[in-house]
Design a protein around this ligand. Sequence first.
Ligand code: IVH
Length: 673
Amino acid sequence: MSQKIAAEMAALAAQLEEHNHRYHVLAAPLITDREYDRLLARLQELEQAHPEFRRPDSPTLRVGGAPTSQFPAHRHALPMLSLDNSYSRQDLLEFDRRVREALPSEPVEYLAELKIDGVALSLVYEDSLLMRAITRGDGVSGDEITANARTIRSIPLRLREPGIRAEVRGEVYMAAEDFAALNRRREQEGEALFANPRNATAGSLKLQDPRLVAGRRLRFFAYWLHQPAGGAPTQHELLEILTRWGLPVNPERARCAGIEQVFAFYDQCEARRGRLPYDIDGIVVKVDSLEQQRRLGHTAKSPRSAIAYKFRAAQARTRLRDITLQVGRTGTVTPVAILEPVLLAGSTVQRATLHNEDEIRRRDLRKGDLIILEKGGDVIPKVVGVVLEERPSWTVPFQFPERCPACQSSLVRDPEEAATRCENPACPAQLKRRLEHFAARTALDVEGLGTALVDQLVDHNLVRDVGDLYDLDLETLAGLDRLAKKSARNLLDGLERTPGRPFDRVLFGLGIRHVGATVALALARHFRDLDALSRASAEELEAVPEIGPTIARSVCAFFANPQTPKLIAKLRRAGLQLALPEEEDAAPPNFFTGKTAVLTGTLMHYTREQAAAYIQRLGGRVAASVSKKTGLVVAGESAGSKLDKARALGVPVLNEVEFTARLNEAGIVVVQG
Ligand code: IVH
């Protein structure tokens, strides 16, 4: 009997998912909504009576389960990068030139896709079942929102081929009609309206009640796939695989033999943009061959093999009321335009960054000017011009202040970066931004340290660096204005939780210039503890794939600062994690474990970064120069003095074939083209 019921439940689930796929992915339903609801109700009834037979891919999950109070953070297996943006043919021609220069005398084909204006989401499938859905977050880790993702009908709960382990990435979006209906509903209920479908999507994914998310009718397009074993040779075949598995893939795409064909696709899309049932903000151009993509590699932020080519932006005109200065956590002073409020692409704009002094001078921006504002499909409004005919007669050229608005020390022009900086390390404005950065969700995630409290802590001289936060007690805090005991308690509780944060977040939280979350993670994984990192030379730092000379210099400067050891001592006393736990990432012992490797010459099948990443993943380190401590040298074509030195010192040398064999032996399968 019970077997019969289990079989009926399995059959119902399969049937429902098939209809779901036909409706939400293929847009070719076979049954009416009422019939679908009837089948679903039957399954729900059976599940209630026999919860033991409830399946992990049950379509009943799509109506939403119990609310959660918080989304657990989840680290991405591979960082979720973003794309470089381009706005002109010129930008794109340069991208094409860079790609072809890096792949000399090889044919390069592109795949052009629509750039869906939504929110990126990563789906992890194991044994073909949807196990996890994770938002992009800071690219290193994001929120686990699996229950919410299950309510998105076009996301398969089970793939249509068996035994698949893969990570699929794509864009969650809201169709124009669903967006309009949602805002209409909100208006009737007196709730704030969403500015655009992307904001509505982001807001919906953050809801903690999956039943509410189900009501938002979100949709999904898949555009990326990572399979540990095997996979497609090209992006266009990868999309075909995704389609076969039952994932929704946007049908608008073009294989382009050269950049001219990409331009044609762009023009077509721009012309049809308004007729699509969802928002797009441009196209995405990808090198089609995945093997070429691998060789092109990526920077800390984005792959070198793909670029976003955005549509022209929406514009508006308004008056520039004032130009004020904002002091950032590393002392960079940014001029900010204070504007007469104006509506632009769905939201009201009152401020816009002016980047730096040169920018103001180049445009000769003056208080009182009528300026042209622009907002690309995305967030940040930019000042792109001045309407000179409308300039009032009383305006005068803007004089960039010579002193920091917060501490009055003399501002310094950084000749390399066109930036103006306040170089007073004790500047209260910088300290405030550093405290906020330390407390940010992506750093130490200190609840209860909001802007108002930060202002008071600094203004009352209670905190001189982030380490001083740990000397605060209830008594001092309760003495501050308007700060109820409860918020004081909140902050102390928040700080108490910080020893649980991993080392890379602490490192990121220190606010070292140029060290974002991805770089912090790379440094943490490479050096493993703060002492080793603090001793590293610029050269050793640059041996880390993600690190270039600018970052290396900045890290060295941070550790050379006489205040740094004091700060570190305070953080150590507070019990923060200043090292990676031993077991983290530990690959099983293999040829590379504990060895320091040096890469030299040109490898045919790997970029330096890839080879280094493999070695690190296997528990080895990578250094820039050969010494007695070097454990092995991987020598590619035309290796020179490093190879000679390795031979002279008797350091083992591997050629590329031997290197690949060692990687294979350690379980890394390198797909070679
Ligand atoms: S490929 C390395 N393809 O645009 C990132 N992205 O920064 C690979 N997007 O974060 C992204 N449509 O959220 C890709 N067809 C498409 C896309 C797409 C929209 C989003 C994605 C990404 C952002 C660009």
